[in-house]
Design a protein around this ligand. Structure first.
Ligand code: PLP
Length: 362
């Protein structure tokens, strides 16, 4: 019997016995009992496709660690969002850490160089800056969209400023034309923490098109989920090779899978005489040129990601509809006691959540 048949049998029996994973059980439920049922503000949007794909990847994989499914997910993700290259890691926090580590080395940023950030965001947008001996410079926000005030961003630029690290609040983009204008005027980079904004657009373009590099999170509350998981993406392939090195123990060589088997490896340096000043031969695969980490995902997370990508268009539409529904309910019930930020004129937000600001004195 093929593995697919075993998996079909497993799911058939689970259905027959009414034993379903909670995310499928909740999705199938058509009634809501406010006395008993929990209402989750978010969660995985999965059908049976995801657990089936994960079980199959787990049972058939040669290595359980990042392998062919992760590599395919990286390629498909890049194709879908218009990147030259992507690297899957084990979380959005790791994606930020690896992205900032790679950018610092790639662009020759020094200790103490400054990166402008917003105080309204997630801790692991900021932590990688401190971990890399960079200085986060906080600029205040505007209530209109809860993103940083772009006038204040410009005023905060000094000769030490290397980048503006944008993390659109709940996926809602600030004015990316203005950000681009500032970055070009002062010759600094735009870096995107896109963990909350996958699929959000500015003037019809992906937000990542404006940035040198973009991170993404696949934690269950996010647009697509692999349980834990994250991605670093860019149009600069060298930056992603460097990011891969940081994520894979600091290893210099990028040969994996069949690339290992070609003579000298795909990198051209395996078992060769290539190290300046050293006469003997060295295997490049065991040469470590960066102070690295190990933040690789499991291959079954790649399999989950591939299934989730097929649903991203629907998820985008649903998230926009849900924001509208929730907003009208809150407005009806709470009136002017609350202000619910909306999108700017040129934004098309793939809402990560519904922002609610309580009006003072109401
Ligand atoms: C803006 C932002 N950046 C980074 C992260 C971290 O992602 P993860 O939970 O996958 O580590 C989050 C998590 O929600 C986030 O909202």
């Amino acid at each position: 019997m093929s593995i697919d048949n075993y998996i079909n049998e497993l799911f058939d029996r689970m259905h027959a016995d009414g034993v379903l994973p909670p995310y499928l059980y909740n999705a199938k439920k058509k009634t809501f009992d406010p006395e008993r049922d929990w209402m989750y503000y978010s969660g995985p949007v999965w059908t049976e496709d995801e657990p089936r794909a994960a079980v199959k990847a787990f049972l058939t994989g040669k290595w359980l660690v990042a392998g062919e499914h992760c590599a395919k997910f990286e390629r498909e993700f890049s194709k879908m969002f218009g990147f030259e290259s992507s690297l899957m890691v084990n979380s959005g926090s790791s994606a930020n850490l690896i992205m900032i580590s790679a950018l610092k080395k790639h662009l020759d940023w020094g200790d103490g160089d400054e990166v402008i950030v917003s105080p309204v965001g997630f801790p692991t947008t900021i932590a990688p800056l401190v971990q890399n001996n960079l200085t986060p410079v906080f600029t205040d926000i505007v209530f209109e969209d809860l993103n940083f005030d772009l006038e204040k961003v410009e005023a905060a630029i000094t000769e030490k400023t290397k980048a503006i690290f944008i993390s659109p609040v709940l996926g809602n983009p600030p004015d990316f034309d203005k950000l681009k204008e500032i970055s070009e005027k002062y010759d600094i980079e735009l870096v995107l923490d896109g963990c909350d904004s996958l699929g959000s657009k500015w003037k019809g373009k992906e937000l990542s098109e404006y940035a040198i590099a973009t991170s993404c999170s696949f934690y269950p509350a996010h647009h697509i989920t692999t349980g834990e998981g994250g991605m670093v993406s860019s149009n600069d392939k060298d930056l992603i090779s460097l990011a891969r090195s940081f994520a894979w123990w600091g290893r210099d060589c990028y040969c994996v899978g069949s690339a290992n088997l070609s003579k000298k490896g795909a990198c051209g340096n395996r078992f060769d005489k290539w190290l300046d000043g050293y006469e003997g031969k060295i295997d490049h695969k065991y040469y470590f040129s960066n102070m690295g980490y190990n933040v690789k995902p499991l291959d079954l997370q790649g399999a989950l990601g591939l299934e989730q990508l097929k649903k991203i268009e629907d998820i985008h539409v649903k998230r926009r509809e849900n924001k509208e529904k929730a907003e009208s309910i809150f407005k009806e019930v709470l009136g002017d006691m609350v202000h619910i930020p909306g999108e700017l004129d040129h934004a098309e937000t793939s809402w990560f959540g519904v922002p609610i600001v309580c009006n003072k004195n109401k």
